[in-house]
Design a protein around this ligand. Structure first.
Ligand SMILES: Nc1nc2c(c(=O)[nH]1)N[C@H]1C(S)=C(S)[C@@H](COP(=O)(O)OP(=O)(O)OC[C@H]3O[C@@H](n4cnc5c(=O)[nH]c(N)nc54)[C@H](O)[C@@H]3O)O[C@H]1N2
Ligand SMILES: Nc1nc2c(c(=O)[nH]1)N[C@H]1C(S)=C(S)[C@@H](COP(=O)(O)OP(=O)(O)OC[C@H]3O[C@@H](n4cnc5c(=O)[nH]c(N)nc54)[C@H](O)[C@@H]3O)O[C@H]1N2
Ligand SMILES: [Mo]
Length: 763
């Protein structure tokens, strides 16, 4: 049997080197790093050809992040970034995982490798099967694999005993077919990576503004007076966003950054799209950096709100936009009454900031009209994550800074099509209207009961209430919290199936039987019965556009994701009214069905052929809040975090390095943080180190504490870092074993990957 992922690769340190933290992001080093990944993985000439097609109107959507492309001009060779290039290199790698590879490596041997080593094995090129009790995967034909999946699914006592996970790279066409199959099979068990990601944003924004998506477009950054970037590290995770922030600055706008870490990219950068400026000093982006304590954001926002109210009380009509508030919002009285219950003195210690810094931020908010607030995982992965986001909405509502140019909400999405997948119905809690439309168009009875999300799916598998796990992309075992528990859950399944491009740990921690279905990647050409196909995706700002691969697939035995869904559907559904094979023969037919069932996709096949795509409707953008329960934009009442640490305890956040895409580890360097060739590190405040008698590069073991439970992760090197006292940072996925499954956000059920209470023991 494969070993537990937390047992290995346990304390396998890789040889740390520390370097100075660079003063600026992007620049020549970024280009060198991108080219070195491209050269090693793909080869230079094919690699350069690939780079020239990323995010071009006739190219493929970058499989990296969901940051949008400009609506109009797209510079040749520059609509990508270092980390987009790495994402492409990773997919287009020369390394291949064939049946020969599996014959010479047992599952156990592979499971002893690190995530980095597993990923570098390469692209899986044929379907594989791990029989019960076997030590090695074996070849299997597509037909036999589909049949086995169908048989297993149909032998369940109820369709609700199967779980169908999605990761956010899946195209709209594949996602639509997938959810349709799952619902025709009879369940809403459609957890997705979003449950661990921006679910808290979706919940908070739907309740307050009437749509679970952000409201700004890329052009709004050209008109903003103030952009606040909270809990986000765009220099690494959304590098092209730096260009947008650069535009804001160029036009005289200001930027506030709120983060426990002074992330290099935000402080100073060199425009990734302007090579002439790569040499030289770079541009300061952040005007005001608030180094907030982990999870101190609600307290900070409340102080800002209180200071705004104080000013408005002393000088009426100078802060609040009363016209907007009166006409467009609800619940202001309850909100203001609640605000009065807090005192600044009581809130301040939770932020770790001085009142002067917060006053400076408040002045910027008061004195500027058009404000955009951007955020990502630093706000969404806490117990009170939904409060975080509702509270920042309160600021925008008081200022009337929403539903107009240069202003609004900007939750920066992760996976390149995570937003599109949700639009397509990948959702364990689908609205009734969506199911009604499906039923009408496809003539079947859709299940109405809500399904499992990521956390409840793991619990169900652990309790053996769910017995088949199907993963449409992603790397479930490494992405989810509580690694040991989740491994037990997956092993309890009768069958686990992964639709994947590359080898990952989820192929090695399996149910009794396991199947790998290898699929085409974004970069590859997709030929179906009628001709070459393209797919569509939706970016973080609600633009739906084409993506078309340009490479010959890395193996003749790959199927596209839509074709895989069709294969499984045909082998599973006995009396379906849907002609699955026909839909897959020509993706236009799938798009016709999307148009027939999902609002906003009128003339889909025509508009998807317009270069650059089209915007989906967005009520907030139109200054219309009627979709909320009150029919208005809602002020809300939110609670600061209530974490009390014992003297020897610390807060730990799990973050990404500059060299990874979630669980895909591109390399071992975190260049912007000066930490090279090692991932098992813990970033600590130097004063904390001193009081706990710890020195640079001491080897420590970490224990997390939740209620009475304890979890352990061994072998981390201590790094002194510029981080608030009592706060620490480790890298995901290595530290996932410490994140308790039951520690999750209220309302959204998102694991609290950014607030883990730990103690640190020196070896
Ligand atoms: N290259 C690359 N690109 C990616 C990804 C990747 O792994 N690699 N992942 C993609 C995905 S799926 C996603 S969701 C996004 C993730 O993008 P990010 O959210 O930028 O990713 P994280 O590394 O989780 O960084 C969280 C940031 O929040 C800060 N933070 C942590 N806790 C708090 C807090 O309590 N308050 C505040 N104010 N800040 C806090 C951390 O210091 C860190 O800067 O990126 C996407 N793009
Ligand atoms: N502790 C901690 N845990 C976290 C987070 C955190 O910040 N801290 N972040 C969370 C977040 S924001 C997210 S989004 C999740 C990510 O969770 P996932 O989306 O499940 O994980 P990824 O690492 O993005 O998945 C990578 C795998 O996807 C497969 N893949 C890549 N491209 C394709 C494709 O085109 N099609 C198919 N079928 N497969 C493909 C490859 O086999 C690759 O190994 O992790 C979450 N987990
Ligand atoms: Mo994400």
């Amino acid at each position: 049997m494969s070993k537990d992922p937390n047992e290995n690769p346990p304390e396998k340190l890789t040889g740390i080197r520390l370097s100075d933290i660079p003063k600026t992001a992007v620049g020549v080093k970024a280009i060198a790093s991108a080219l070195s990944h491209i050269k090693n993985e793909v080869g230079l000439s094919k690699g350069i050809h690939l780079l020239s097609k990323i995010n071009q109107k006739n190219g493929f959507d970058c499989p990296g992040c969901a940051w949008p492309d400009p609506d109009d001009k797209r510079a040749l060779l520059s609509e990508y970034c270092e980390n987009g290039a790495k994402a492409v290199a990773e997919e287009a790698t020369k390394n291949k995982v064939s049946s020969l590879f599996f014959a010479s490596n047992s599952v156990q041997e592979l499971s002893e490798l690190s995530d980095y080593e597993i990923g570098k094995s390469g692209r899986i090129i044929q379907p594989m099967y791990l029989p019960e009790g076997a030590s090695h995967y074996e070849e299997i034909s597509w037909d036999a694999a589909f049949k086995m999946i169908g048989t297993e699914l149909n032998s369940l006592d109820s369709p609700d005993e199967a779980i169908f996970y999605t990761s956010g790279r899946t195209s709209n066409e594949a996602a639509f077919l997938y959810q349709l199959f799952v619902r025709q099979f009879g369940t809403n068990n459609l957890p997705d990576c979003s449950n661990m990601c921006h679910e808290s944003s979706g919940i908070a924004l739907t309740e307050t503004l009437g749509i679970g998506k952000g409201s700004v477009t890329l052009d709004d950054f050209n008109h903003a007076d103030l952009v606040i970037v909270m809990g986000q590290n765009p220099g690494t995770n959304h590098p092209r966003m730096l260009s947008a922030l650069g535009e804001t600055k160029k036009r005289g706008g200001k930027i506030i950054t709120i983060n426990p870490l002074p992330e290099v990219g935000l402080i100073n950068y060199k425009d990734p799209q302007n090579p002439l400026k790569w040499i030289g000093k770079g541009q300061n982006l952040t005007d005001l950096f608030l180094q907030v304590k982990i999870n101190g954001d609600v307290a900070l926002l409340k102080i800002i709100l209180k200071l705004m109210k104080q000013k408005e009380d002393t000088a009426p009509n100078t802060v609040f936009d009363h016209q907007f508030i009166n006409k467009k919002t609800a619940n202001i009285t309850t909100f203001l009454e609640d605000l009065d219950r807090y005192s600044i003195a009581e809130l301040l210690p939770q932020t770790g900031l001085s009142i002067e810094e917060i006053e400076e931020a408040t002045a910027l908010i008061i004195n500027n009209e058009n404000i955009i607030i951007c955020w990502a995982m630093g706000l969404t992965q806490h117990k009170n994550a939904v409060d975080n986001i509702r509270e920042l909405v309160n600021i925008l509502l008081l200022k009337g800074s929403i539903g107009k140019k240069g202003a609004g909400t900007c939750p920066v999405r992760g996976h390149s099509n995570v937003q599109g997948d949700r639009t397509m119905g990948i959702w364990e809690r689908p609205p009734a209207s969506f199911l009604n439309n499906l039923e009408k168009e496809f003539n079947f009875k859709a299940p109405r009961e809500h399904g499992f999300d990521v956390v409840t799916a793991i619990e169900a598998m652990h309790k053996k209430k769910a017995k088949v796990f199907f993963g449409m992309g992603g790397n479930f075992i490494s992405a989810t919290p509580d690694t040991t528990y989740t491994a037990e859950a997956l092993r309890n399944c009768n069958l686990t199936v992964q639709v994947s491009t590359k080898l990952n740990r989820s192929h090695l921690i399996t149910g009794k039987k396991a199947i790998i279905l290898p699929c085409l990647g974004r970069t590859e050409k997709d030929f179906q019965a009628t001709n070459e196909q393209f797919v569509s995706v939706e970016n973080s700002m609600g633009v739906v556009h084409q993506s078309k691969g340009i490479l010959t697939p890395c193996s003749t035995q790959l199927l596209s994701e839509p074709a895989i869904v069709s294969g499984v559907a045909n082998a599973t559904l006995k009396d379906t009214n849907t002609n699955w094979s026909e839909l897959v023969s020509n993706y236009d037919l799938i798009r016709d069905k999307i148009e027939a069932t999902i609002p906003g996709f009128e003339n889909f096949n025509r508009r998807i052929r317009i270069k650059g795509g089209f915007y989906l409707p967005n009520n907030v953008r139109e200054n219309n809040f009627t979709p909320t329960k009150t029919g208005k934009a809602n002020f809300s009442v939110n609670k600061p975090s209530e974490i009390k640490l014992e003297e020897n305890q610390f807060l730990m956040m799990t973050v990404r390095t500059h060299d990874q895409y979630n669980t895909t580890i591109y390399g071992l360097d975190d260049r912007y943080r000066g930490i090279l060739n090692e991932r098992r590190v813990i970033l600590m405040n130097e004063k904390d180190m001193k009081s706990f008698n710890l020195k640079k590069l001491d080897l420590v073991d970490l224990t997390s504490h939740f209620k009475k439970e304890e979890r352990e992760a061994k072998g981390f090197l201590v790094i002194p870092y510029d981080i608030p006292k009592k706060c620490t940072a480790t890298y995901f996925p290595e530290a996932n074993v410490l994140v308790p499954l039951k520690s999750k956000a209220d309302f959204s059920n998102t694991p609290t990957s950014k607030t883990v209470i730990i103690t640190i023991k020196k070896r």
